[in-house]
Design a protein around this ligand. Structure first.
Ligand code: SCA
Ligand code: ARG
Length: 346
């Protein structure tokens, strides 16, 4: 069974391995041991802190294979971005150049630097080792965060966003960055991405073009990747679109990958999840698959279980209950895996 739990200090090596595997452009996991240790410590403090409003908390979860004890994936949530340092995007807009006298009307796309997502919660750091990309593992890892948010809504911004990794090749060459580099920076994409990942973001404010950029002046290769995701990120964006996330013309300032957004209470897993009381014992048939999480903070656990729901109660067997730290009579939150089809679009 795969369970999702908060990251702990002893997961450092596993996180280091995931940082190595995730590669360039996966901004939130740079290969820097001190930073990874600091990320773990920040997460441990975030789960432990008592708060009723979003602040500088970052929650990092891991997926653990209970049979081998191996950590096989990560997923994160930032409570609210841009409150301690500026959080930048490019907003893709339009300007119209029009001369009725000459009969010329031209709409030109522009990219404007902005901080519009300040205060939003952010999903990040979603990674599953290739060996475990099967069955419902990816869905469990991505969705378990929404059960956590549904149980602890006061800890997060009202809107949740996700910055999707944009297009770059295996050497870390990004067509969009290439253009910026030629005109404004003397830094390659891997270095810029690394500096952002370790929080050294002052150079953005200092060097980034401050006036809107006319998109038609960019190279064709750069124009083509605006709002496009890296091939390995297709499953991640597919999962979020099914949850109701939408692209509203905001892109990453380095690789032009799309940012998608959704009000937290509109996210499918949040909307269709239910608070239930756990009953442990024999399962009645037909039992079906549920995503189930306890309502704890530091002892948070989530997993996919076979269960039987009757009104406000969810019946599970003792083994599954033990894995999720649940006892008979405990409150929990569940989502019927079959209700994924409730999604309004894909
Ligand atoms: C993202 C995950 C964890 C997802 O796990 P899996 O690949 O096992 O997921 P899956 O269940 O096979 O696929 C999820 C859904 O995507 C669909 N799908 C799969 N491949 C696709 C493709 N090439 N194009 C379009 N859709 C595709 C599947 O049909 C499925 O939809 P149905 O359910 O309808 O069948 C993994 O792919 C991964 O680790 N990727 C590499 C790292 C990465 O790029 N991470 C995202 C960075 S961006 C980030 O972290 C922010 C986003 C976030 O945190 O959520
Ligand atoms: N350059 C980018 N577009 N980066 C997006 C970052 C990918 C992913 N959201 C992360 O947490 O790392």
């Amino acid at each position: 069974m795969l369970i999702i739990r908060p990251i702990a200090k002893q997961d450092f090596q596993a996180l280091q391995e995931i940082a190595e595997q995730s590669g360039i452009g996966f901004t939130s996991l740079p290969q820097n041991d001190e930073l990874l240790k600091a990320k773990i410590a920040r997460s441990v403090n975030s789960f432990a802190c008592q708060t009723d409003k979003p602040g500088d908390q970052g929650y990092l979860f891991v997926a653990e294979d209970t049979e081998t004890g191996e950590v096989v994936g990560t997923a994160g949530i930032e409570a609210s971005v841009g409150l301690t340092d500026a959080f930048y995007h490019y907003r893709l807009g339009s300007v119209v150049h029009s001369s009725p006298e000459l009969g010329i009307h031209k709409t030109v796309k522009t990219l404007s630097l902005c901080n519009d997502y300040t205060g939003a919660a952010e999903l990040c750091t979603l990674f599953l080792k290739k060996s475990h990309r099967r069955g419902s593992n990816g869905r469990l890892l991505a969705k378990s965060r929404f059960l956590f948010m549904a149980s602890h809504p006061l800890r997060f911004g009202d809107t949740v966003i996700a910055e999707m990794r944009g297009v770059s090749d295996e050497q870390g060459r990004s067509p969009f960055w290439q253009w910026l580099q030629e005109h404004f920076f003397d830094l390659d994409f891997p270095t810029a991405d690394y500096l952002t990942g370790i929080g050294e973001k002052r150079f953005i404010a200092e060097l980034m073009p401050k006036y809107p950029i006319y998109v038609n002046l960019l190279s064709k290769a750069a124009q083509d990747v605006i709002g496009q995701v890296h091939p390995s990120t297709e499953p991640a964006i597919a999962l979020l679109k099914k949850e109701g996330f939408r692209y509203k013309n905001y892109v990453d300032i380095f690789d032009a990958g799309p940012t998608v957004e959704c009000p937290v209470d509109h996210v499918e897993t949040v909307r269709y999840s239910q608070a239930v009381v756990i009953r442990i014992g024999e399962l009645a048939t037909p039992a079906t698959e549920f995503l189930l999480a306890n309502t704890c903070l530091t002892n948070y656990r989530a997993g996919v279980v076979t269960a039987h729901q009757q009104e406000g109660e969810l019946f599970i067997d003792a083994k599954q209950a033990a894995m999720l730290g649940l006892s008979d009579g405990d409150g929990a939150r569940c989502f019927a895996m079959s209700s994924d089809s409730n999604s309004t679009s894909s």
